[in-house]
Design a protein. Structure first.
Length: 416
């Protein structure tokens, strides 16, 4: 493989792995905040126990996501110096704001939330989790602003062979970034909702003693996932109107569109191959839409079934289906990410910087060493994360350490 192909493969594997953590973090942060809001206003002990159980799963995933995010930062400098030299003055501003949101505000308030149980006033503790959720959204937003610039570069001029930002508002208002943000956010809610429903179904299928706990959790998960599927396809459909011509042709599988896009690029930039791998893009698009259809049908049927308490308690086939749905949202978001990123090849900054020119001048052996190290590290982190999630999910709410009173180890809510 050429060195540029190795660099692309490394970034694809590590960025895709990190994306899995991000998606679940967005969904679980929202669900935990909503459940704690209900518990705080009602004083309901059951909802507070639900907050602690699902909150512990959220913390595990968030911690591993932070580690993968830190490792991701090294790739920009190691493999993509050409990109930072050429466009770092523009898209780097969005990455800096994302760092402030995620590594300063979000992590600080998450620490307050974790260690503030039984110490903070209940309203202050509730406010803290909402700050955590909103800064998670802000972090995702700035990442999509940076990525949106790579897809549709706006708000800049070229000076001395590099880009300089002249319109920050255009960068933020970029429709390619705005639509992608809402599409990603709804994908996170789908992932979080189906995880909550699937874990609840696992415990209900095992005839848990925590019937009310997991019945309510299942209903919340399905109740969030269903509208999220409609939001997701809506914003995804809007985003199709802003595809690059070659990506649009690949998505549709239209040979005429691809030929026209290639001819336009050759006329503008000279001889070369300017088309993405159409089969990969179209296959990923079909995969994404097929999974969306399955998730939507299951969510619709589940909304009907969950209205009948005996079915929630005893319908084991339904429980198995919900458990099987847990990985599907993650597969769908990876397929969508493949469409978005591979579909803009051979460009890193569309129409301005080719991927081959964005690389750091490294040798193939150096790239092989780098990709081996990164992939091994990320594989270990993913395995540890999902082992921890599965372990704590199986143990149930009785084994939750989050929020446990340090004096008598009783199950308590924040101080009222």
């Amino acid at each position: 493989m050429e060195t540029v192909d190795l660099a692309r493969l490394q970034f694809a594997l590590t960025a895709g792995a990190h994306f899995l953590f991000v998606i679940l973090t967005l969904g679980l942060a929202t669900l935990v905040a909503v459940i704690q809001t209900r518990a705080t206003f009602s004083g309901n002990t059951l909802h507070m126990r639900m907050t602690r159980f699902w909150g512990q799963l959220y913390i595990i995933n968030y911690a591993m996501g932070i580690v993968t995010g830190l490792v991701m930062e090294f790739q920009i400098g190691l493999a993509w110096r050409g990109l930072t030299d050429f466009a770092g003055n523009v898209f780097g501003s969005a990455l800096a704001l994302e760092t402030l949101a995620a590594f300063f505000v979000e992590s600080t308030f998450l620490g307050l939330w974790i260690f503030g149980w039984n110490k903070l006033n209940r309203w202050a503790h509730l406010a803290v989790i909402w700050v955590v959720a909103l800064t998670a959204y802000a972090s995702a937003f700035w990442i999509m602003v940076a990525n949106g610039f790579l897809q549709n570069p706006v708000g800049h001029v070229t000076e001395g062979g590099a880009l300089r930002m002249i319109d920050f508002g255009a960068l933020v208002a970029n429709p390619v970034a705005q639509l992608a943000f809402w599409h990603v956010l709804s994908g996170g809610l789908i992932a979080g909702g189906f995880l909550m429903a699937g874990v609840s179904a696992y415990h209900l299928r095992r005839r848990t003693d925590e019937q009310d706990f997991f019945r309510k959790s299942l209903r919340i998960g399905v109740g969030v996932a269903l509208p999220a599927t409609f939001f997701s396809v809506t914003f995804g459909s809007f985003a199709l109107n802003h595809l690059q011509p070659a990506k649009d042709g690949a998505w549709d599988g239209a040979a005429a569109e691809l030929a026209a896009a290639q001819a336009a690029m050759v006329a503008r930039f000279g001889p070369g191959d300017y088309l993405p791998p159409a089969g990969v893009v179209q296959g990923a698009g079909i995969t994404m839409m097929s999974i969306w259809g399955v998730l939507t049908v299951v969510a619709l049927l589940s909304c009907v079934l969950m209205a009948f308490r005996p079915l929630v308690r005893d319908f084991r086939l339904w429980h198995r289906v919900l458990m099987a749905m847990i990985p599907l949202p993650f597969a769908a978001v990876i397929a969508g990410w493949i469409v978005r990123e591979i579909g803009r090849q051979p460009w890193t900054v569309y129409g301005l910087l080719r991927t081959a020119d964005a690389m750091t001048p490294v040798t193939a052996p150096q790239m092989w060493f780098s990709i081996t190290a990164f992939v091994a590290l990320f594989a270990a982190l993913i395995l540890i994360n999902y082992w921890l999630l599965a372990r704590h999910a199986r143990r149930g709410p009785g084994a939750v350490a989050l929020g446990r009173n340090p004096i008598d180890a009783s199950i308590t809510a924040p101080t009222f």
